[in-house]
Write a protein that binds this ligand. Structure first.
Ligand code: AMP
Length: 104
């Protein structure tokens, strides 16, 4: 079980900003910008390389949640979205998550 699944299941505390049936958004514990959120699917997909065709809608939903939160947090004029992929691509937690960062 990934650390993010433990957070989703409430075994590890987190600062939640958004939750629906498929997605959880939390504040990154070690922020690398003024705002640093993690948009996490509840489905435990290890890396972007493991995506399947059925995950298309989920991925799209993650970006729409990012867009909505950027607007709600008044950072829509400048932010970065990124996925890290595998250790050589700076991924530490093997449960996909979209980073949302902004210094606004
Ligand atoms: P990545 O390197 O793309 O796998 O990003 C993993 C991110 O998860 C890092 O930015 C960590 O700071 C963050 N992180 C790890 N553990 C926790 C936690 N318990 N709560 C919130 N963020 C976490």
């Amino acid at each position: 079980m990934s650390i993010f699944t433990k957070i989703i299941e409430g075994e590890i505390p987190s600062e939640k900003l958004y939750e629906d049936d498929d997605i959880l958004v939390i504040k990154d514990i070690n922020p690398k910008a003024k705002t640093h959120l993690l948009i996490i699917p509840k489905k435990e997909i290890p890396t972007i390389n493991d995506l399947e065709d059925d995950d298309r809608e989920l991925l799209a939903d993650m970006f729409f949640v990012a867009k909505r939160l950027a607007k709600e947090l008044w950072i829509q004029e400048g932010y970065k979205l990124n996925f890290n992929v595998w250790e050589k691509g700076w991924q530490e937690v093997m449960h996909i998550h979209l980073h949302l960062l902004s210094d606004i």
